[in-house]
Design a protein around this ligand. Structure first.
Ligand code: GUN
Length: 301
């Protein structure tokens, strides 16, 4: 049976280290990092995610500001809000929860966020740094996945990594990060000819397809490390729903060497990496030395 990679416990420890840093910079420099979270509309999953993000920011001693706009909000309304947040010195990081209602184009919104406050790492300039090797904000979910991998492997050099999914939020930045760690990286997507064959070669498999239990246990290379990014709500059959990942966990756990569960794997890491990016952004904006989290955690990318 595979080891279960406990993202929830890892994230809880990292949150403590972040809270200590937040307390330190408040005492030493009089700075309180601030995160603004913007939700447009009333998608139930997005409401849960944004509530968790603002709550955890507050719990680590940061200032957190929640802004909600109605589902029929105009692009102009959202851009005006972002403009105000860009100018607000109490706000060091801005997160606009995706997906957005269809009348608002996501590129214009990401474009409006000040690069220094782009704690999602979604702006082309930050994506560019990620590819070229500069020091930009790194998107939270891939950053969290990488931390879990490094905590298991240490050095990832030479590992065959397969990223399934090519979204701007997860797949593409994940592939760039793994390449930076000297992995041999394959990116699979809906046009990939033989996905089971690709999986059979992968020492590290990152599943980010957004389809419940899509990755079959028998596809997985025995002993591989499986990181499941999916969060899918399915009918549990008893009138209730439950969360499952993109990997058929029950089958995969018998083949893999290690695997993240859903829930309790990647999800908590995404939020804690957002807190880390907000702390880093606050330090950069106030010319404070970069946060040091102690030796217990792999260095943030
Ligand atoms: N929706 C799903 N994941 C994310 C994320 O990491 N950031 C934002 N802004 N929206 C998301």
């Amino acid at each position: 049976m595979a080891d279960i990679i406990d993202g929830k416990a890892f994230a809880a420890n990292l949150r403590i280290a972040i809270a200590l840093q937040v307390a330190d910079i408040r005492v030493i420099y009089g700075v309180t990092p601030g995160l603004a979270v913007v939700l447009v509309g009333d998608d139930p999953a997005s409401q849960v995610y944004t509530r968790n993000k603002t709550r955890q920011a507050r719990e680590t001693g940061m200032a957190s500001f929640e802004h909600r706009l109605p589902a029929n909000a105009s692009r102009q309304q959202l851009l005006e809000l972002i403009n105000r947040l860009n100018k607000d010195a109490q706000v060091n990081g801005i997160l606009v929860q995706l997906p957005l209602p269809k009348q608002i184009d996501v590129e214009a919104v990401i474009d409006a966020i000040h690069p220094a406050k782009d704690v999602d790492g979604f702006k082309p300039v930050n994506m560019g740094h990620l590819l070229i090797g500069g020091e930009g904000m790194v998107p939270c979910t891939p950053q969290g996945c990488l931390m879990l991998l490094k905590s298991r492997f240490g050095d990832l050099s030479g590992q065959h990594a397969l990223v399934i999914g090519r979204s701007n939020i997860v797949g593409k930045p994940m592939a760039a990060l793994l390449l930076r760690e000297n992995c041999t990286v394959t990116v699979a997507h809906s046009h990939t000819r033989d996905l089971p064959e690709e999986c059979a070669r992968a020492d590290i498999l990152i599943a980010a397809v957004g389809q419940p239990r899509f990755i079959q246990g028998e596809w997985i290379k025995p002993g591989a490390t499986v990181i499941d990014v999916g969060i899918n709500r399915i009918d549990a059959g008893d009138g209730k729903t439950r969360l499952v990942g993109d990997v058929d966990f029950e089958a995969a756990v018998k083949v893999a060497g290690a695997i993240t569960p859903v829930p309790g794997g990647v999800g908590p890491m995404t939020i804690v990496c957002l807190l880390l990016n907000t702390l880093t952004a606050a330090c950069q904006q106030h010319s404070i030395p970069a946060p040091s989290l102690g030796g217990a955690f792999p260095k943030a990318p």
